[in-house]
Design a protein around this ligand. Structure first.
Ligand code: PLP
Ligand code: SF4
Length: 458
C-alpha cells in the first residue's frame, strides 16, 4: 500500500492546512475514519469507542507509530520524528482518536500532527528569552499543588499526567515525564496530599474561583473527581470550580463510555447546582478537525449534567493561524454548546519556536474574529504576559517594536507598576530585525532603549 492512499478517507476542512480554502460546513465526521490506519482497519466502533481501549493503545513511541501505520511509513518520516524527539521537551503520546484524525497523506503540514508529533526538520533555535516557567507559576505557589496569583482565583494542579502530550505545552517543565533534553518531576494524583490545599482555600475566603488543571482531569479517578469537587464546593466561600481537560478534543469517548467517571462528575454538578454554584469543564480544542461525531455525542452526555463547557485554544503557527480555520473551529465549538473563551498567544516556552507566532498576527486575527459571531462565542485573544503578568488583551500592549519583536505589557490589578515583555519569534521578524538579533551589543542597546521608554510611561 502507498502512503498517499490514506488521503481518501480524511475529510477536508478550513483547518486542513494553513491557507486552505475549503468551505465551512457543519460536518461532524461520523465515518469510521480510524480504519484509514492499517493497524485499526478491522476495528469496530464499539472497540474504538471504549475509553479503556483508547488509553491502552496510545501511540507513545516510534515503534508503536510504525506498528500502527505499517509498511507504508517512509523511512524519512521515522528519522525526522527521531530527530524531533531529541529536541522536544514533551514526550510523544496520542490517543488513537487523535492519531486517526491526522491526514497522513499530508503529514508535514497536517495541523493535528504538528501539535503532537515533533519533526526535527521543523524546529527553530530557541529565542534567548524563552523561560522554563514562562508564567512564573512556581513563584506563586502557596502549597505544592496550588498557584495563587490573582486576588479571588487560584489554580490547583493535582496531577501532571495527560492522555496526550502537546509539543507546545506551557507546563513542559513538569508535565508528561522527562525527555532527552529535559528532566522533570512529573507527579500522578496523590489524593492523600491534597488536604493542605483545601485547608489553604478554606483559610482564604477571598478565593471564589478554583481552576483544577494539571495535567488533565480526565485521568483523575471517579473517587478523586468527587473528593476534589465536593471538598471545594463544600467551602462556603468558593463559588465556582472548573475542571480543565483536553478530553473532548482528544478522547471524547471518555464521556460516553466511562459511566463511573461521568456519574462522579454529575454528582459534583448536582452538588453545585443545589448550592447555586458553578461547575464547569474547560477544554482545549485547537482545530475544527478535532471535532467529530464522537465529540457531538460526548457533548450530548455532558449537556445533560448541566455542566457549562468552555474552550481555551492556543494560537499555533501553521496549525490554526488563519482566519477561516479559527472561525470554523469557533463556530463548530459554539454549535456543540462549547463556549470559546480564550485564544492564547503561544507562551514563551523553550523548544517550540516553530509553533509560535507574532503579537501582530494574533491582533489581526482578533480584529477579524470580533463581530464574526455572537459576542459570547467570540474568544478573547490574550497574551499571558511572561513573568507572571497574567492574561492581557492582545491589543492592550503599552508599546510594541515590531522590527525586533518586543512588546511591553502592564497588569495594574495583579502586579501594579510592573512591566512585562513578550518576544516575537526571531525567524518571523523583518530582515533588519533578524540581523540585529545576530549582533549582541546592538540588540542589547535597542532592547534597553525600548524598555526604558516603556517603563517611563507606566
Ligand atoms: C488563568 C489563570 C487563572 C484563571 O483565570 P481566568 O482569567 O479566570 O480564566 C487563575 N490563576 C492562574 C495562576 C491562572 O494562570
Ligand atoms: S493537555 Fe494541556 S497540560 Fe497536557 S500536555 Fe497538552 S497543553 Fe500540556
Amino acid at each position: 500500500m502507498m502512503f498517499n492512499e490514506f488521503s481518501a478517507s480524511v475529510e477536508k476542512t478550513p483547518c486542513s492546512r494553513s491557507g486552505s480554502d475549503e468551505p465551512f460546513r457543519y460536518v461532524f465526521d461520523d465515518s469510521e475514519f480510524w480504519r484509514q490506519i492499517p493497524a485499526w482497519r478491522d476495528l469496530d466502533a464499539d472497540r474504538f469507542g471504549d475509553y479503556n481501549w483508547q488509553q491502552r493503545n496510545a501511540v507513545t513511541t516510534v515503534p508503536k507509530l510504525v506498528d500502527a501505520l505499517g509498511d507504508a511509513v517512509p523511512p524519512s518520516l521515522v528519522q525526522d520524528i527521531e530527530k524531533g524527539l531529541l529536541r522536544t521537551r514533551m514526550n510523544m503520546r496520542l490517543t488513537p482518536y487523535v492519531f486517526s484524525r491526522i491526514d497522513w497523506a499530508n503529514y508535514p503540514e497536517d495541523p493535528i500532527r504538528k501539535q503532537f508529533i515533533p519533526l526535527g526538520s521543523q524546529f527553530q533555535p530557541d529565542h534567548p528569552e524563552t523561560l522554563d516557567d514562562s508564567l512564573a507559576e512556581e513563584n506563586n505557589k502557596v502549597t505544592p499543588y496550588l498557584v495563587h496569583r490573582y486576588p479571588d482565583k487560584a489554580l490547583f494542579l493535582p496531577i501532571t499526567l495527560c492522555p496526550v502530550y502537546c509539543s507546545f505545552c506551557t507546563r513542559s517543565r513538569v508535565v508528561g515525564g522527562s525527555t532527552a533534553v529535559k528532566s522533570k518531576s512529573t507527579y500522578g494524583a496523590k489524593s492523600l496530599d491534597w488536604e493542605e490545599t483545601f485547608e489553604y482555600v478554606r483559610n482564604h475566603p477571598e478565593l471564589e474561583d478554583i481552576v483544577i488543571s494539571g495535567g488533565d482531569a480526565l485521568l483523575l479517578r471517579p473517587k478523586q473527581i468527587r473528593q476534589i469537587g465536593l471538598s471545594l464546593l463544600g467551602i462556603p466561600t468558593v463559588r465556582r470550580i472548573r475542571f480543565a481537560t483536553k478530553g473532548l478534543a482528544i478522547m471524547p469517548m471518555k464521556f460516553t463510555s466511562d459511566t463511573e467517571w461521568m456519574d462522579a462528575l454529575s454528582e459534583v454538578a448536582q452538588f453545585g447546582a443545589e448550592r447555586m454554584k458553578e461547575v464547569a469543564l474547560h477544554t482545549h480544542c485547537n482545530t475544527d478537525r478535532e471535532l467529530s461525531a464522537w465529540t457531538l455525542r460526548a457533548m450530548q452526555a455532558v449537556s445533560e449534567t448541566g455542566i457549562r463547557v468552555r474552550n481555551q485554544s492556543v494560537l499555533i503557527s501553521g496549525v490554526n493561524d488563519g482566519f477561516s480555520c479559527l472561525h470554523s473551529t469557533m463556530r463548530k465549538l459554539s454549535r456543540l454548546l462549547i463556549e470559546p473563551y480564550y485564544l492564547y498567544l503561544h507562551d514563551l516556552v523553550p523548544a517550540c519556536e516553530h509553533l509560535r507566532t507574532t503579537v501582530r498576527k494574533a491582533e489581526e486575527l482578533s480584529l477579524r474574529l470580533q463581530g464574526s459571531m455572537a459576542g459570547f462565542n467570540t474568544p478573547r485573544v490574550v497574551c499571558d504576559a511572561p513573568g507572571g503578568g497574567g492574561k492581557r488583551d492582545i491589543s492592550s500592549y503599552l508599546a510594541y517594536d515590531e522590527e525586533i519583536g518586543i512588546s511591553a505589557w502592564t497588569s495594574p490589578t495583579a502586579k501594579p507598576g510592573k512591566v512585562f515583555y513578550y518576544y516575537d519569534p526571531i525567524h518571523l521578524l523583518p530582515e533588519n530585525g533578524q540581523a540585529l538579533w545576530k549582533k549582541e551589543s546592538q540588540i542589547r542597546d535597542r532592547l534597553n532603549i525600548f524598555k526604558k521608554e516603556a517603563e517611563s510611561n507606566v
